[in-house]
Design a protein around this ligand. Structure first.
Ligand code: ADP
Ligand code: ADP
Length: 227
């Protein structure tokens, strides 16, 4: 459960998030839409601590992520993130990209981590590329590996920041198919995207942002798109 209470975010004098109040439940698939520059990415990035908020409260499973006792590494264990530009480790193989954090952070054994990576790579259709380096893969393939990596820490929620915006059109479907499968399996997801078809088909809830504000927050997704 993720709660924003009266959250404000400034970049210098620029007011990027304005009085955000939201509670996102476990198991929800939330799609955030809105024009470029409206604060969507900023909102996502505050959730896993890539950006700090200026004021208000941000609670993850009841814990204030601003408090000094809260370790960011603990929060990031539970919150996976998939970026627009994949951000895979270029000098590591697909397999190593997946197993790195579980080995280091979760202290899994080699065989445990490898078994988990095999399961995840099969799930995203990338097992046959396990020994490839990211530069040998298409954007769509890299993004599917990035999704597997995001799942490797067994997070409570997976955040997606425009996961298909940097892809050639013919790659987008494969990535969206993986995301749809995850959503059907009950994964909690918060997705910033311009893919309205995906939003209509998969979202439990649509949040529409403009100029740093949440202008609409609807669980009537069909109704939202009918208007
Ligand atoms: P969106 O994801 O909706 O496109 P962003 O959250 O990326 O919007 O950005 C919201 C606004 O904040 C934009 O005007 C952007 O230029 C500004 N912004 C984002 N990151 C920074 C930063 N690190 N420093 C200054 N301004 C920023
Ligand atoms: P874009 O939205 O342009 O694709 P990204 O969201 O991919 O940009 O990355 C934004 C910044 O966040 C980059 O400078 C990147 O180095 C950093 N970053 C990427 N992944 C992580 C992570 N897991 N933890 C901390 N910082 C990260």
């Amino acid at each position: 459960m993720i709660e924003f209470k009266n959250v404000e975010k400034y970049y210098g004098k620029f007011h990027a998030l304005k009085n955000i109040n939201l509670a996102i439940e476990d198991g929800e698939v939330v799609v955030i839409i809105g024009p470029s520059g409206s604060g969507k990415s900023t909102m996502l990035r505050t959730i896993n601590g890539l950006e700090t908020i200026t004021s208000g409260e941000l609670l993850i499973n009841g814990t204030n992520i601003l408090s000094k006792e809260t370790k960011l590494t603990e929060i990031r264990k539970n919150i996976g993130m998939v970026f627009q530009h994949f951000n895979l480790y270029p000098n590591k193989t697909v397999m190593e990209n997946i197993t790195l954090a579980p080995l280091k952070v979760l202290k899994q054994s080699e065989s445990e981590a490898n078994a988990m990576a095999e399961r995840l790579l099969k799930r995203v259709g990338m097992w046959d590329k396990k020994d490839s380096y990211p530069s040998m893969l298409s954007g769509g393939q890299q993004q599917r590996v990035a999704i597997a990596r995001g799942l490797a820490m067994k997070p409570d929620v997976l955040l997606f920041d425009e996961p298909t915006s940097a892809l050639d059109p013919e790659m987008i479907g494969d990535v969206l198919d993986v995301m749809k499968k995850l959503a059907k399996e009950g994964m909690s997801m918060i997705v910033v995207t311009h893919e309205m078809g995906f939003a209509r088909e998969v979202a439990d809830r649509i949040i529409f942002m403009a100029e740093g504000e949440v202008l609409e927050d609807s669980r009537d997704v069909k109704g939202f798109f009918a208007n």
